[in-house]
Write a protein that binds this ligand. Structure first.
Ligand code: ZN
Length: 150
């Protein structure tokens, strides 16, 4: 990632996604690694600043660089984007959902995949209710408790 070679990154992503797809027994999904994120991509959540997933084509796109400053995304952010987008794939292909929503369960699944992939301990996610019946992750509490949880 540091040298900015998207071909190598794409191959590593494809290997990871193939292994995950085989494990979950779902069809393989495609991956395109792109450089600078276009500005028209909307920021929908903390984990989705740099990727998207199209259910019709089963294609994940991940951007390696930030839109404005063209800086290379950190490894952790990039991997967490990949896990997030793969969980959209799972929603359709594994669970047969008609749509893939950013529910609390969705973030729990994405977090489990991420920590398993990195070999880091799983953190218990703490949630705070916000307006409109929605929830957001309480990162302060989540990170504080993370050190001692399983
Ligand atoms: Zn998403």
């Amino acid at each position: 990632m540091k040298t900015g070679t998207s071909g190598d990154v794409r191959r590593a992503c494809a290997k990871f996604l193939d292994a995950a797809s085989a494990f979950y027994d779902v069809p393989f999904c495609g991956i395109r690694v792109l450089s600078a994120r276009p500005l028209r991509v909307r920021e929908r959540g903390t984990f989705e600043l740099f990727g998207d997933y199209t259910p019709e084509t089963m294609l994940i796109r991940a951007w390696m660089r930030t839109a404005v400053r063209k800086e290379i995304t950190s490894f952790g952010t990039f991997l967490s984007t990949l896990c997030h987008e793969f969980c959209h794939h799972l929603d359709f292909q594994k669970f047969g959902f008609e749509d893939s929503w950013h529910t609390r369960g969705f973030y729990e699944r994405a977090a489990v995949l991420y920590h398993h992939a990195r070999g880091t301990p799983i953190k218990t996610l703490f949630w705070v209710p916000v307006a409109g019946g929605r929830w957001r992750i309480d990162w302060q509490r989540t990170n504080r408790s993370g050190k001692t949880s399983r």
